[in-house]
Design a protein around this ligand. Structure first.
Ligand code: ADP
Ligand code: MG
Length: 342
């Protein structure tokens, strides 16, 4: 074959292979967009594990009519404009790839309304790079993205989808992670018309605890201690599961660095060491922890989909986590023993 340029739709579909491998990854991208738009209320409607429909509505800034088509175009973003911006980026997205990728492998509709506008505008895509011109649509301030028939035009991908239940569980996990990272955002989700989450904004410590119970479980909340520690330029806080709440799998471990959920070898290792003496071999602790640090000391955007993170001073972070958690676990046990003895 001669060398030739790939058509835009194919370019987007190739990119979609990296960003969108299942319904849950669509949800992750759309949720991040809603948060980047400053939304404090997000509603999700899911049908058939997301394969039939994923609709996400937010009350964020909205997208002006003349930018709607751009939002669905590749490498178009409102989040950075220069290398300088890239180095300081605080938003969850910045690559301008998610919407065009999703639009290239689904039937996507985006409806949006900005603060100044009386009504909204809607744009449809059907897997091709061409979009209709925006049509007027009733919509309060914010954005609704509707994704139907994911992978309808990519049979090879569709084959890799698992059962409705499995795909839904992946979606739920993405929503859990978000719900724990943003107590200030109300989140509602329906699956096949049935309410799954209805989380109000949680401003007080008590309300945050309630959210942790709703998202993880009552049992976790009851068998965990709220900890907070500051030192070495780092701050660590959150809910630390008691050794008695250990699990057969590492399936209730939420660790956030500057608000972004990460799964990181260094973090896992530090946590494992901290629990080492109090957990049976093969058991895993449960926790919801937040590490806050100077953004310059950490790169959380190493990979678009993976939850990788790079610490500038990884030794310092590792030792801080190990030491602080170990002390917190010991302190909680001492407290529990004293409580039991009283
Ligand atoms: P990125 O998030 O990397 O910028 P996306 O393809 O996810 O790329 O989105 C493209 C652009 O569309 C964003 O930069 C933003 O301006 C706009 N956008 C997407 N979703 C929303 C939303 N829910 N509310 C407001 N603007 C949005
Ligand atoms: Mg995005």
């Amino acid at each position: 074959m001669p060398i030739r340029r790939l058509p835009p739709q194919l370019i987007n579909q190739i990119a979609a292979g990296e960003v969108v491998d299942r319904p849950a990854s669509v949800i992750k991208e759309l949720l991040e967009n809603s948060l980047d738009a400053g939304a404090d209320r997000i509603e999700l409607d899911i049908e058939q594990g997301g394969q039939r429909l994923m609709r996400i509505r937010d009350n964020g800034s909205g997208i002006p009519r003349e930018e709607l088509a751009l939002a669905l175009s590749r490498h178009a973003t409102s989040k950075i404009a220069s290398l300088d911006d890239l180095e300081q980026v605080r938003s969850l997205g910045f690559r301008g790839e998610a919407l065009p990728s999703i639009a290239s492998v689904s039937r996507l509709t985006i409806t949006s309304c900005t603060a100044g506008e009386a009504a909204g505008w809607r744009l449809r895509g059907d897997g091709r790079e061409q979009f209709t011109t925006p049509e007027p649509a009733a919509h309060p301030q914010g954005t609704t993205v509707e994704v139907r028939d994911l992978f309808f035009n990519v049979p090879a991908r569709r084959k890799f989808l698992r059962t409705e239940r499995t795909e839904y569980q992946h979606i739920e996990e993405v929503v859990r992670r978000l719900a724990l990272s943003r107590f200030d955002v109300a989140v509602r989700m329906n699956h096949n018309g049935k309410a799954q989450f209805d989380l109000r904004r949680a401003d007080s410590a008590e309300a945050q605890g309630q959210r942790v119970a709703a998202v993880c479980s009552e049992a976790f909340l009851n068998q965990s201690s709220l900890m907070e520690h500051e030192g070495a330029g780092l701050r660590l806080w959150g809910w630390l599961g008691a050794p008695t709440f250990s699990r057969a799998q590492a399936d209730q471990q939420y660790f956030y660095v500057n608000g972004r959920m990460v799964r990181d070898k260094l973090v896992s290792h530090a946590v494992r060491l901290a629990y080492q003496d109090v957990l049976y071999h093969g058991r895993h602790p449960a926790f919801v922890l937040f590490l806050e640090m100077d953004p310059a000391g950490v790169d959380v955007n190493a990979h678009p989909a993976k939850a990788e993170v790079r610490f500038r001073d990884s030794r310092l972070v590792h030792d801080y986590l190990h030491r602080t958690l170990k002390e917190a676990i010991a302190g909680a046990r001492a407290g529990a023993d004293a409580g039991a003895g009283a």
